[in-house]
Design a protein around this ligand. Structure first.
Ligand SMILES: C[S@@+](CC[C@H](N)C(=O)[O-])C[C@H]1O[C@@H](n2cnc3c(N)ncnc32)[C@H](O)[C@@H]1O
Length: 442
């Protein structure tokens, strides 16, 4: 992507023997968008942070003719799938910048590694969205439940196949695994300070993180939209990834792990070779049959301390998808907001859906099918609190603007709620390109 920004194509890379490796071999891929998304969101401001937030958010993607002479051929059979993965470029990131740690909104200012988030600011500015496939028509697909803005360059479409794309085995923590000596450790105390480790400290970078404490059955949430961190602290705090060495290697193969190696060992082996499981069983630590999972916690810590499992769960099982996520993803402090509309806003919406003033003959919505749908979408966007952490903290008394479909919305945020004040045709107000410009003092 950097090559693209700088206008340099992928270059052959010299190998030790002096010969040039082709671009694909080195991972230098010159991408060409298969199409540019037409989306109901015209700017980043107010665009949902994840596709699941707003099911009425709609988009259309037309496959470009310079990719395939007959774009419709490339979409043949796709209509049989209900959902598709969309790979795209965060083309409105501004200049390409990324940091190792970011501050996702759900962490309210705390930091975590960029690869544990869905931040748009990453080394290769590539986004991944699971969207509902509404229909395929000729060389175009129609989507809903999207989180991409209008004009987004799309790199690829892949069908969503639950059997491949959703983990089938519930990952259960059995105990801590100390990578230094390959042994299970009892869940008691941190050897570094002799105190019981708390789950929040274990989870978050820095000590200013929130205090996740309970497991909820809330709708799945995402570590979304992390802004790059300001300062990179020298010591990274502990991050543990709970993974399981499941019944056999097939799963690792399914996930493409078997063939990748690191320092002579495949990733699958690093997760825990079967021999290791046997050792654990022999030690009587896990009495379960060999076919059941044993757990491995991968530790990342620049401090030479041993970390242990906290008394409260720092990961939570997502029962629907049989996977686990850190607690902060589900229980982060950003609560969902109540959304209300002033009578004036309700009236605006009614008028907009009719195409403006009676007799004005203006076009109403392009993507929404009714005023009710538009209202649902506005509610969904606002209840997830689309403000950045900075705005939430320091610009509470400001109006917030965003555009969805043909509606330009003006609202404000109070304690635990968002109120829609006005809804006007998007063509009327001044077009806001810089999100900061959308902040106006009340
Ligand atoms: C947090 S990202 C998540 C995107 C995707 N679901 C993922 O996980 O990679 C979604 C946010 O990216 C921003 N965004 C969407 N399309 C964009 C684009 N083309 N360029 C830059 N930012 C974009 C919007 O602010 C949106 O709220």
């Amino acid at each position: 992507m950097r090559g693209l920004e700088e206008g340099l194509g992928p270059r052959p890379t010299a190998t030790p023997c002096g010969c040039a490796k082709p671009a694909l071999e080195t991972g230098n891929l010159l991408t060409e968008p298969i199409g540019y998304l037409e989306s109901c969101f015209s700017a980043k401001n107010g665009t949902p942070r994840q596709p699941s937030i707003c099911r009425h958010s709609r988009a259309c993607l037309r496959i470009r003719k310079n990719i395939f002479n007959n774009p419709e051929h490339s979409l043949m059979g796709l209509e049989q799938f209900s959902h598709v993965w969309i790979l795209f470029v965060f083309h409105k990131n501004g200049h390409l910048s990324y940091k190792a740690k970011v501050q996702p909104p759900r962490l309210n200012g705390a930091k975590t590694g960029v690869f544990s988030t869905r931040s748009p600011h990453r080394p290769n500015a590539i986004g991944l969205t699971l969207a509902k496939l509404e229909k395929v028509e000729g060389g175009a697909i129609y989507l809903s439940g999207i989180d991409m803005i209008d004009g987004t360059p799309v790199l690829d479409i892949k069908p969503y196949i639950a059997d491949y794309d959703s983990p089938q085995h519930l990952m259960k923590p059995l105990g801590d695994f100390n990578l230094q000596n390959n042994r299970l450790k009892p869940r008691t105390m941190s050897q570094s300070d002799g105190k019981t480790d708390s789950c929040d400290q274990r989870q978050l970078s820095g000590s200013d993180g929130p205090q996740p404490s309970r497991i909820t059955n809330e709708k799945h949430r995402h570590p979304e939209d992390g802004a790059p961190e300001e300062n990179v602290p020298k010591h990274s705090s502990t991050t543990k990834i709970q993974q399981t060495w499941t019944e056999n290697r097939e799963i690792a193969v399914d996930f493409g792990l078997e063939s990748r190696s690191s320092e002579g060992r495949t990733v699958a082996e690093q997760f825990g070779p079967p021999g290791q499981e046997k050792t654990l069983l022999e030690e009587g630590i896990d009495k379960r049959p060999r076919s059941m999972e044993s757990a491995l916690i991968l530790q990342e810590s620049s401090m030479k301390t041993q970390h242990v499992t906290p008394p409260c769960p720092a990961w939570v099982a997502d029962r629907a998808s049989h996977s686990e996520v850190p607690a902060w993803v589900k229980e982060a402090p950003a609560a969902s907001l109540q959304v209300r509309f002033t009578p004036h806003a309700e009236m605006d919406l009614g008028q907009l859906s009719l195409g403006g003033e009676p007799g004005a003959g203006k076009k109403s919505f392009k993507y929404f099918q009714s005023a009710e749908e538009a209202k649902c979408a506005i509610q969904a966007v606002l209840s997830a609190d689309p403000r950045s952490v900075y705005r939430r903290k320091f610009c509470q008394d400001r109006l917030f603007y965003f555009t969805v479909d043909t509606a330009h919305i003006t609202c404000w945020f109070g304690d635990g709620f968002a109120e829609v004040l006005r809804i006007k045709p998007a063509s009327e107000p001044i077009q806001i390109t810089d999100p900061e410009e959308s902040l106006v003092s009340l």
